[in-house]
Design a binder for this molecule. Structure first.
Ligand code: 5RP
Length: 221
């Protein structure tokens, strides 16, 4: 029996619950897979103290389930962060930000001791870059950052009609074949006007729960 992509996402979301310690504040990502995880959290909400959300959309969904949303400043260090990815390698390097929440995602991931990535099998790649790399940019720097990205070999495209939760714009960079994600993450973040980019390589995932038709596979770096 073939499983739909949504069924695979739901399966990994269910598997991620095993990584949530009792009585903790859990870091929660953004996107359709993270939404399935939030729905699973709703079922065990009496076993957790609350959640730190990586976007306004996730905060709203968590609250809809009656889960208390705590600010990261009040929560301190988190035991676990659960989120999806647009692409991930076996080295646990990721492209994220398809939903535009990359900056808050990177902050919550950085403040978490364990990053559990939840994906369907289509997200596992050998080399990052087929999925356009999102960069969050301060609006006045749009044109400057775009020119610098062209120098680095990318083709930036403004995400039309989109503003991040932080009031900034997104440039989606096409045409990159990312052989050294750690280096490129740093290089892009050093361009003036870049808030952050969607490469999650300096702080990779610790565990990947991969939804395959044969079941959920657990991978570690
Ligand atoms: C949002 C993200 C998401 O994790 C990423 O886009 C994957 O989303 P989905 O689970 O819907 O495929 O980084 O900014």
């Amino acid at each position: 029996m073939t499983m739909t992509q949504d069924e695979l996402k739901k399966a990994v979301a269910q598997a991620a619950i095993a990584h949530v310690p009792a009585d903790c504040i859990v870091g929660v990502g953004t996107g359709s897979t993270a939404n399935f995880f939030i729905d699973e959290l709703g079922k065990i909400k009496h076993r957790i103290r609350g959640a730190v959300a990586s976007s306004e959309a996730s905060a709203k969904r968590l609250q809809g389930h009656g889960i208390e949303v705590v600010s990261l400043n009040d929560a301190g260090s988190l035991p676990v962060y659960v989120d999806g990815a647009d692409e991930i390698t076996r080295h646990m390097h990721m492209i994220k930000g398809g939903g535009g929440a990359l900056t808050r995602e990177k902050i919550v991931a950085a403040a978490s001791r364990k990053f559990v990535c939840v994906c369907d099998a289509s997200k596992l790649v050998d080399v990052l870059g087929k999925f356009p790399l999102p960069i969050e940019v301060i609006p006045m720097a749009r044109s400057y950052v775009a020119r610098q990205v062209v120098v680095l070999g990318g083709q930036p495209k403004l995400r039309e009609g989109f503003t991040t939760d932080n009031g900034n714009i997104i440039l989606d960079v096409h045409g990159l074949n990312i052989l050294n994600p750690v280096e490129l993450e740093t290089t892009l973040n050093n361009i003036a006007g870049v808030v952050t980019n969607g490469l999650f390589a300096r702080r990779p995932a610790d565990v990947l729960l991969l939804g395959t038709p044969g079941g959920v596979q657990t991978l570690t770096a």
